[in-house]
Every structure is written in C-alpha cells, then in structure tokens.
Design a protein around this ligand. Sequence first.
Ligand code: MLT
Ligand code: MN
Ligand code: ZN
Length: 290
Amino acid sequence: MRIRILGSAAGGGVPQWNCACAGCSAARASGTHRTQDSVAVTGDGTAWYLLNASPDIRAQLLAAEPLRPGPGPRDTPIRGVLLTTAEIDHTAGLLSLREAGALTLYATGTVLGALRTALPIVPVLRRYTELRVHALPIGEPVPLEGGLTVRAAAIGAKVPRYADQCAADERAGDDWVCALRVSDDRTGRAFVYATCLPEWSDTFDEFLDGADAALLDGTFATEDEPARQAGLSRTPRQMGHLPITGAIPALRRHGRTRVLFGHLNNTNPFAGTGAETPVEIAQDGQELDC
Ligand code: MLT
Ligand code: MN
Ligand code: ZN
C-alpha cells in the first residue's frame, strides 16, 4: 500500500489567510505552506482513494504526480472519497470534484445526513455528476478497488459548528467522527487514519493495534496551546482534538507502528519547518510505503 499525505494542516491551513501570528508569518515569509488535512491511498498503484476532500484539493491533486489524469482524456486514478467527518475542512473539496464523470463517496450515516441537509453537498453534487453514495458501516470491512479493505471506528460525536443549531435528531449520532483502518489484502499491512481524535479510548487503542503506519491527530502540541497561543478558553479535548503530548504515553504500546501526526493547527509550534519535535510530523506531499 502506498500513502500520500496531500495536506497536513487543520482547517485554515498554515498560514491561515487572515492570521498574522508568529507561526503563520514565518510560514508566509519562508513559503513553506501546509494545506488542509487529506490523504490518498492505493493498494496497486493504479486505483487511489482520497481520505477526506479538503478545500485545497485542487492544488493537492495538481502537486501529486501519481494522481494525474489519463490515459483517456477524462480518466482519473481516483476511485472514491472516504470521509472521516462532516467538517468543512474535510468536505468542501467535494465541490471541486464536480467535473468528475462519476464520484463514489463513503461516509457514516450521520455524516451523510449532515451533507444532505445542513451542508447540502450531496444534493448539490448530484446536479453536476453521477454521485454514488455508500454508508460506511462502523466496524464492518468494506472492500475497495486495488486490493484494499477499509474499516471504520466511531471515535467522536462532535457536531460541526454549522450544524450545532440543527434539530436534536439531526445532531444525534455517535459516528460524527470516525477513524479509518485501511488494509492491504495482499500483504495484510494496515494504515490507520485518525486526525480528529478527541480521546485515547480502549476502542481506539484496539483499532490501532498491529497497524504498520498511522496518521494521528496533531492539531495541538500541548494541552495549554489554545490558551497560550490564541487566548482560547476551550481545551484541545473540548475541541475534539487530543493534543500530541496526550497521545505520547499511549504510543509506547504501539512500538511497531510508524506514527505520524497531521491536521496541524496554525498555533502548533511543530507546524514550522526545522522545529525540534518529539514525534514525526507529517509533511505535505510526503509518501509512505506501508
Ligand atoms: C476541527 O477539526 O475541529 C474542525 O475542522 C474545525 C473547523 O475548522 O471548523
Ligand atoms: Mn478539522
Ligand atoms: Zn496563525
């Protein structure tokens, strides 16, 4: 299995368009940008799946040589998109795929509900392309093209801000946020993707067990970062993001897994290039063989 990190930043990217903080200013000055969280995976090097579709998708695809179209005039190696949340930074890029001849989309029932109503990307896209929508069943293996199988775990119930005024039944659901485990049918190797991880639960620990590679939640480096860097009162966990320092102790049990951190917020000191980091930080355009 091959994995390409399309984007390694949280919503807004680094630098964020309206932010003059030290990190964003340094990124602007050096030209080292991070685009918003998304990954591409393939089992056979030919059929690729996108994990999330960020608002930066066009630039991410243009920068990715293996994702170029061809050989036919409208052929694309992209076989589908799998979503882990209904957040804007993970879904707005779907609108930029509307030129597709057909588009296959996988997401949990709750996420699909939001994308049909509060943020109606699904009905809008249907006017532009043949949209094939599949509900992603929690815990059940789903076969993908190219010899991959994916399984989802529900890891959070955080409702996107655009939906927090919706009716109670629309906000209900324990599968607003999921982690994905993509495995290669031929080699048995597995990659876990969980960039919106509110806590390290036993369920998640088991889900990660034995994986060969993982991209985890690197939104915030430390518990006090939002308060210190941005004057915010909510903690990382209250925002649905376990800080990196909160994950480090649990990683000791997963020594065989190569763990990277992505979805970095612009307040995160590890987002800068050349920062000394206690863990591996994902970079835009980075590719891993798993
Ligand atoms: C999140 O990751 O918590 C959300 O994407 C926040 C946002 O950008 O709206
Ligand atoms: Mn996000
Ligand atoms: Zn900033």
